[in-house]
Write a protein that binds this ligand. Structure first.
Ligand code: H13
Length: 253
């Protein structure tokens, strides 16, 4: 694993000022708060269940903007033996990405804004009948604690942003995305001493939401077919990966 500090140059002009703010602090805050509101909204109205496999449920709403499919997606899953922090950590960290991502040709960090917020540039595999896509987005990880007794909520947000180190070079097409992974940890029959909690007593309740605009026209049916196949595949592969990786490691709360 390569530490972030060795692959990016930190502290640009408007980064990491003395108050701990950076040029995207307000955007990150706004989008995080939007996701925390949105995650509470249920899927009983207007959402189609497009995939179910055990605890995993994938819903989507069919939406087009100027003839382009931008279907919002909302997935729920429960994973035994891992915490929300572990799930979010493996999703956010650069060094694990290519081990679970099957839809990417490459990923790199082009800037670190603070210890919890980095900017990624990614090249996506050409999976649909159209040009290859790239993406450039800030990625932020956060822990929200509610009280001393309750387990905190962990979340990661990926949100498209422009960057001078990642200009759009035609004919390259850029994906526009607003994605969040939000996790809670459930502890069953908690022992008196928190140190005695075992993996068999924990599970993670995961919500994954995605708004992705393909950045240009793609045949609707093909795109919806790809999404219906790839999101469940991602959820299954990624969560199994985290279970495997953490199995014999101390629990990261
Ligand atoms: O969330 C996933 N991967 C993230 C880490 O690589 C990056 C993702 C993102 C995508 C695009 C732009 C910015 C960020 O958050 C897992 C993604 C699984 C993708 C399944 C493929 C769906 C195909 C639908 C394509 C719609 C255009």
């Amino acid at each position: 694993a390569v530490p972030v500090s060795t692959i990016v140059s930190k502290s640009n002009d408007d980064n990491s000022e003395s108050n701990g703010k950076h040029r995207l602090t307000d955007d990150v805050e706004r989008i995080v708060q939007e996701h925390l509101q949105y995650v509470r909204e249920d899927v009983s109205n207007g959402w189609d269940l497009i995939h179910q496999d055990g605890e995993m449920k994938v819903y989507r709403r069919e939406v087009e903007e100027n003839g382009i499919v931008v279907d919002p997606l909302k997935c729920f899953h429960t994973i035994k033996g891992v915490t929300g922090h572990e799930i979010c950590r493996y999703f956010w960290e650069f060094q694990y990405r290519m081990e679970w991502e099957t839809t990417l040709d490459s990923t790199k960090i082009i800037e670190a804004l603070d210890p919890d917020t980095v900017i990624f540039f990614q090249l996506h595999k050409r999976v649909w009948p159209a040009a290859q896509r790239d993406s450039c987005f800030w990625s932020h990880i956060r822990c929200i604690s509610h009280s001393d007794e309750d387990q905190p909520t962990w979340l990661v947000v990926n949100y498209t942003t422009p960057h001078p180190l990642a200009p759009i070079k035609s004919p390259q097409v850029r994906l526009v995305a607003n994605v969040a992974l939000i996790c809670e940890t459930i502890i069953s029959e908690p022992p008196l001493d928190p140190k005695d909690i075992k993996r068999e007593n924990i599970q993670c309740k995961l919500t994954y939401v995605a708004f992705v605009n393909p950045g240009g026209w793609v045949p609707s049916a093909a795109l919806r077919g790809v999404a219906k196949r790839e999101y469940p595949r991602f959820l299954k592969r990624f969560t199994s990966y985290v279970v495997e990786q953490t199995r014999n490691k101390p629990i990261l709360f």
